[in-house]
Design a binder for this molecule. Sequence first.
Ligand code: CP
Ligand code: NVA
Length: 307
Amino acid sequence: MQKDFLSIRDLSIYEFGRLLDHATEVKKHPDKYRKALKHKILAMIFQKPSLRTRMTFEAGMLQLGGEAIYLAPSDIQMGSREGAYDIGKNLERWVDGIMIRTFGHQIAVDLAASTKIPVINALTDLSHPCQAMADFLTLREHKGSLANLKLAYVGDGNNVCHSLMLAAARGGTKMAVGTPTGYEPKPEIVRAAREDGKDTGFALTLTTSAEEAASGADAVYTDVWASMGQEAEKEARARIFAPYQVNARLMSHAKKDALFMHCLPAHRGDEVTDEVIDSPNSVVYDGAENRLHAQKAILLALMGKKD
Ligand code: CP
Ligand code: NVA
């Protein structure tokens, strides 16, 4: 694998499958890996809030025998007190890996370029690759395979949508993305996914109709309408995205046994109703659990012994 994990594109189709297999193995046999990262330290830079990402990286490092150090936005004041380059040059003298959650994707790229230790993208405005690994692990567990499935993504064509598209391209999963006009996924990510998935069975439909996206889907995925950093647009977005709510009516367009997925946190009553998120077909907490297992596999691949 490459030094860093900044994008699903950093993984070949083979590495994507291997990483999911390894995540399954780590999930099944956690005790085998209790000392795998003994004495290793992960620095965790957060410029945005988090529950799942912080907990799963920190718990993951502890379960692998290592340690994690949380750096809050006010601690290092990235960008104002010190830039990515100097932060990377310092951290490599003390720790074995860095995880970063930030705004501009270029900050994560610059950090990775500045340092010889691995850097993991734990969400940028552009992408959320660790989330997509956990989601595809969840999809595979519930549906048996990733091929010949249709994943519908409904809502904002955002960071989570981008990483899901790139993962679907690798997994050979068909995807339909339903967004309002002006909130589509970025054209360069659409192009990249189509290029990466041209021989895997992947196909991508972009539509402004939530119903068309959900039609015949094996899983329906949504995310918040206003991402972290977009709080000022919250009310305007709530009006624009209202027809994209995942409710029982929208789920009726998908297959009867279609899963409901969400990266969380969810805004119940906005992008999803209680009825759907609390339904037996909802796998949102399985997805949250799988953040732990998928990221343990990523940490082992980047920071563990190389074979
Ligand atoms: N899904 C996710 O990344 O959750 P947090 O923002 O709580 O880390
Ligand atoms: N799109 C959301 C995902 C949160 C996990 C955000 O960026 O805030």
